[in-house]
Ligand binder design. Structure first.
Ligand code: ADP
Length: 175
């Protein structure tokens, strides 16, 4: 039987860097489950339900990828869906340090789940949800960074927050 991998993240919002990692993961593993974490320790622009709906929309027609929301420990959720691998993406060196610490902590908790990290494509090296949010909040065009449905959701959200809204929700530096 093939291996199921779990790709967890905040996806606030999902962008082409995430999508690339998921598609490449789906080409390696028999089944890829994208997990939208409900309450990360960072301020969010979109609710868990909104983030989940956007990720669902993006992968709706992709064979081999399913999308779910989750809460609690990632390794515990992996066990419930029988995923043996946690898939992550690596951009810059600061990602590496963060992913390295998390992988070791997860291994301490659950030794039989492996972490597989794929290196980003060159054109996505700079891409993060924070960058996307900031660009859209300042009126810039993020059309090359996120799918149209995500772009529309961002425009809507910043309209709701008020014209000229340039306050970007705070996030950890590495995002
Ligand atoms: P988290 O809060 O779990 O870090 P994110 O949504 O920020 O959630 O990221 C989810 C995963 O996608 C992480 O492994 C992150 O390193 C990866 N990722 C984010 N942006 C990119 C990108 N531009 N290229 C490749 N991987 C990325």
């Amino acid at each position: 039987m093939g291996i199921t991998a779990f790709f967890p993240g905040t996806f606030d919002p999902v962008h082409y860097g995430h999508i690339d990692i998921a598609m490449r993961g789906a080409a390696i593993f028999e089944k890829l489950i994208v997990g939208v974490y409900d309450r990360p320790l960072k301020s969010l622009l979109f609710s868990p339900e909104e983030r989940l709906a956007l990720v669902r929309g993006v992968f709706a027609d992709v064979d081999g990828i399913t999308v779910t929301g989750y809460s609690g420990l990632t390794v515990d959720f992996c066990k419930t869906v029988n995923a043996k691998v946690i898939l992550r993406g690596l951009r810059v060196f600061s990602d590496f340090e963060h992913e390295f610490r998390m992988a070791l902590a997860n291994r301490r908790l659950t030794p039989d789940i492996e972490v597989c990290a794929l290196v980003t494509r060159e054109e996505h090296t700079f891409l993060s949800s924070t960058t996307v949010r900031e660009i859209v909040s300042l009126g810039g065009d993020a059309g090359s960074m996120v799918p149209p449905v995500v772009l529309a959701a961002l425009a809507r959200r910043f309209r709701e927050l008020g014209e000229g809204q340039t306050v970007v929700p705070m996030t950890a530096l590495r995002d």
